[in-house]
Write a protein of this length. Structure first.
Lengths: 368, 479
């Protein structure tokens, strides 16, 4: 495992590489599989700029997520997209890094209201497959200068280059949070209730449904009195779906964020991105699977028997399914990422070939 | 500003090209008469004009694909056009190019409130997207000041912003999918009604690519339920420094206004003379708007007013009624119009880190004195996106050149303090030759590789964004 301590050294390591590289941040997301010499980004660490009054933070890619979150918390701010911690789900150890979060575009329950990791990413520096350092975007909130490679790198799973630095827009933390719970709804009714909540002006920042528990959960955040007011208004609006009760928070949304319901089981775990209105149909087709609905039904976690080809059961549903946890053999047989339409696949392939002409980073290999 | 020498062979072959285009489009959808072409010779950057070879106005994705296939085969450059409101010359033609206008693609294709999305054809205007859902209590958030005229196609190409993007983000944060036609006629679907990309985020790089990667014909947009209410407060200060500090303190306090707009004295005076909004005559003015129920608004404004009072405002006016809110916004909304009344002006669009605000305004004042041209500032202070307006007289020989030189200096200053050349208007031809001040050759090379993949023949809007010498080898190789 090579562990450069600077961007320059990392670029040199890429230039000197003679075969595939397995790029790794904290090694927690179980994405770095396959052959190749290890290249760790963990040596690039630290926050280089934090301006609370400008809602901006810049950090080296190997900075532990926890360090970044602690620095923000000290100023009463946060990463609003609520990045998931994959360790429980993947059964991994190690320290999640911010570069890994970006490489996977990892976003939690609040994504449905405020946007994903990619929406808060203001700038990147990365080393492409030729060993060249490239910067794109910057540290300001509005920037349309040149092409937006920032979005392209977010979620690229390390296939276009090794991230060395990332800049984010951050948001104020909130004074109060409340969670409303509706019980006993089937998936169709739960999705309808979540859509009604998300379609209200009350800025619901989490909308999840746990079919197993029969619980539908809605989160409100803000100033104390505002949260109380919104909880009351929302309860009234949702009356036809049942009586919403206010429930204890502790760990609830973290558990949803981290898909903890699937921790330690021997199921394969899939992550589906669909139109919320398609969720009931998806649930019906996946009967027998264990499900967790987030993002008002737009994100569905599914636990199925090992080796199941879940995509085959979702023919005709718009959206996509990514295989998150399975045996290497299953990943190889079914493909981790959803297949793309031929014209789109040609564009993706073309981009990977341009940014990584020697194929050092593909097959996809980043592990946060 | 230079443009490439038109390809003489293409120009000479105009008649044949027009015939071929007329075979795939209705008769009135191909414009080639020189008098009619004049309507397309520029966009809102009117300093530069050049009539195109021809204009086509397709009404379906298939027609767009047919046109592109023909132009691709004939090696004819294509410049996509929405409503022509670009301030960067993004839709400026060359004499050997075909303008592909999407003005006939205006339908609403799908509205789903449970999914919180609308799908429209890309020629539909920004404001009429909100118009399609407004009665049901929804809106499309990005609101460029040009929203009555500009098309979603142009918004996507420029990644346009608006006054309320501090809270709601810009176009890219509200765009879920597009149908796009590549230069060779291939139709691709990127994204859709779901919330994230399955593979590479191609949609993310298409948004803001200034019509250089493909022609967007349809877009899926995120719509939002309207807030219960909104209320602005107006604050006047004796110095830019104090106003800047106030902005920073508001943000640090944990309230997130939907808008924080800033105007300086030259701008206040000009708009006051024009719109008579009753603004105080002071050094710097802020308009801060918050949303929510009446009680929620009271609470947020309570925090904001308390902060403002600590900064010794010369004026503090909280709106008490809808009319008063409208008056507070009136001056800001007519700022550009007001400037146009007194002078010719050039509108810049750099972004700076909010913390650099006072320093940058000071430096702009010095530069303005040095050049002998007045500069008025109006901008989105919450996100550091500045719009310095340089006043000049187009009839005075040399004034435009002087104005452009000052503008370039101001934009370089934005880059120098950690910001960028353009926050929402795009590079186009206007900032094209300054790209090297913000990016290294390697940075630009990485961006051009993306175009190599989407448009290997470099025929789509090729003379924009990248300085001509930087893109020359690629444009020549493709010819
Ligand atoms: C008075 C005024 C106020 C403005 N205020 C704002 C503001 O507040 N915020 C802001 O961000 N901008 C603002 N603008 C700038 C401008 O309105 C935006 O850039 C707008 O998005 C342009 O849209 P359009 O439809 O007019 O595009 P056009 O001017 O026609 O074209 C703009 C670019 O988009 C490309 N393009 C057009 N159609 C397509 C397509 N179908 N596929 C691919 N590419 C395409 C063109 O090639 C060109 O590069 C303002 C302009 C004016 C004149």
């Amino acid at each position: 495992m090579i562990r450069p301590e600077s961007e320059g050294d990392l670029a040199a390591a890429v230039r000197e590489a003679t075969g595939p590289l397995r790029v790794q941040g904290g090694g927690t997301r179980g994405a770095a599989t396959g052959p190749g010499g290890g290249l760790s980004v963990a040596g690039l660490m630290g926050i280089s700029l934090y301006e609370p009054g400008a809602l901006t933070v810049v950090a080296a890619a190997g900075t532990p997520v926890a360090d970044l979150e602690a620095a923000l918390a000290a100023e009463n701010q946060r990463l609003a997209f609520e990045p998931m911690d994959h360790r429980a789900l993947m059964g991994t150890e190690g320290t999640p890094t911010i570069g890994g979060v970006v490489a996977m575009n990892v976003s939690g329950p609040r994504r449905v209201q405020v946007g994903a990791c990619r929406d808060f990413l203001l700038g990147v520096r990365f080393v492409d497959g030729t060993g060249t350092v490239v910067k794109n975007g910057g540290r300001v909130m509005k920037n349309v200068t040149g092409y937006d490679l920032v979005k392209l790198l977010a979620g690229s799973r390390g296939t276009l280059g090794v991230l060395t630095e990332v800049a984010f827009k951050v948001l104020p933390d909130v004074a109060a949070t409340a969670t409303l719970r509706l019980d006993g709804l089937d998936v169709g009714t739960a999705v309808a209730a979540m859509s009604a909540a998300l379609g209200s002006p009350f800025e619901v920042t989490g909308a999840a449904h746990l079919p197993g528990d029969g619980a539908t959960l809605l989160r409100l955040e803000g100033f104390e009195s505002s949260v109380a007011y919104r909880a009351e208004q929302l309860t009234r609006r949702l009356a036809r779906y049942g009586t919403a009760a206010t429930v204890e928070e502790a760990g609830l949304w973290r558990g949803i964020r981290d898909a903890e319901a699937f921790a330690g089981t021997d199921e394969d775990v899939w992550r589906l991105s669909v139109r919320p209105s398609a969720a009931p149909d998806v649930a019906a087709r996946l009967s027998g699977a264990r499900l967790l609905l987030d993002w008002g039904g737009g994100l569905i976690w599914a636990g199925v028997a090992p080796g199941t080809d879940l995509r085959a059961r979702l023919e005709g549903i718009a959206g996509h399914a990514t295989l998150v946890r399975a045996a290497p053999e299953t990943h190889a047989r079914l493909g981790t990422l959803p297949p793309e339409a031929p014209a789109v696949a040609a564009l993706s392939r073309g981009l990977r070939a341009k940014f990584d002409p020697r194929g050092l980073f593909s097959p996809a290999a980043v592990d946060a | 500003m230079e443009m490439p020498v038109p390809d003489a062979a293409v120009v000479a072959d105009k008649a044949r090209l027009v015939t071929r285009l007329a075979e795939v489009l209705p008769r009135d959808a191909v414009i080639h008469d020189p008098a009619q072409l004049r309507a397309y010779e520029c966009d809102a950057l009117t300093a530069y004009k050049c009539p195109p070879l021809a204009v086509v106005l397709p009404a379906t994705t298939e027609e767009v694909a047919d046109v592109l296939r023909i132009c691709h085969a004939a090696g004819v450059p294509v410049v996509p056009r929405g409503s022509g409101t670009s301030l960067a010359g993004g839709a400026l033609p060359t004499a050997d190019s075909v303008i592909l206008g999407v003005a006939r693609l205006t339908d609403v294709l799908d509205v789903s409130y449970p999914d919180r999305i609308i799908r429209v054809q890309a020629g539909r205007t920004n404001l009429s997207v909100t118009g399609a859902v407004e009665e049901d209590g929804w809106f499309y958030a990005p609101d460029p000041s040009s929203q009555l005229a500009c098309a979603i196609a142009g918004n996507v190409a420029m990644n346009s912003g608006g006054a309320h993007c501090l809270k709601y983000g810009v176009t890219t944060n509200n765009l879920l999918g597009v149908t796009m036609v590549l230069m060779d006629g291939t139709v691709v679907e990127l994204g859709g009604g779901h919330m994230d990309a399955g593979g590479l985020d191609l949609l993310g790089v298409v948004c803001g690519s200034e019509g250089q990667l493909g022609v967007v014909t349809e877009a899926t947009l995120r719509i939002l339920p309207k807030p219960e209410g909104a209320r602005p407060v107006l604050m006047g200060f004796d110095s830019n420094e104090v106003a800047g500090a106030c902005v920073s303190d508001i943000i640090k306090a944990g309230v997130l206004p939907v808008a924080i707009e800033f105007m300086d004295r030259p701008c206040i005076r000009a708009t006051e003379a024009f719109a008579k909004a009753g603004y105080p005559d002071c050094e710097a003015l802020l308009i801060v708007e918050v949303e929510g129920s009446p009680a929620e608004i009271d609470e947020q404004l309570g925090v904001i007013l308390q902060i403002a009072r600590r900064h010794d405002p010369v004026e503090l006016r909280e709106s008490q009624s809808a009319e008063e809110s409208a008056r507070i916004w009136l001056g800001r909304k007519s700022a550009f119009g007001a400037m146009g009344q007194i002078n010719d002006y050039m509108c810049l669009d750099g972004t700076i880190p909010v913390s650099e605000l006072p320093r940058v305004l000071g430096r702009i004042r010095e530069m303005s004195e040095g050049y002998g041209l007045e500069v008025a500032n109006v901008f989105h202070a919450g996100d550091g996106n500045m719009h310095p307006l340089i006043l000049f007289d187009a009839n005075t020989p040399g004034d435009l050149e002087k104005c452009e030189a000052l503008g370039a200096d101001i934009l370089r200053l934005c880059v120098e303090v950690g910001g960028c050349l353009t926050g929402e208007h795009g590079v186009g031809v206007e900032k094209r030759d300054l790209m090297g001040d913000q990016f290294t050759p390697e940075d630009m090379e990485a961006q051009m590789r993306v175009k190599d993949v989407f448009d290997p023949s470099w025929l789509l809007n090729p003379a924009k964004v990248f300085p001509l010498p930087v893109s020359e080898a690629r444009r020549m190789a493709a010819e």
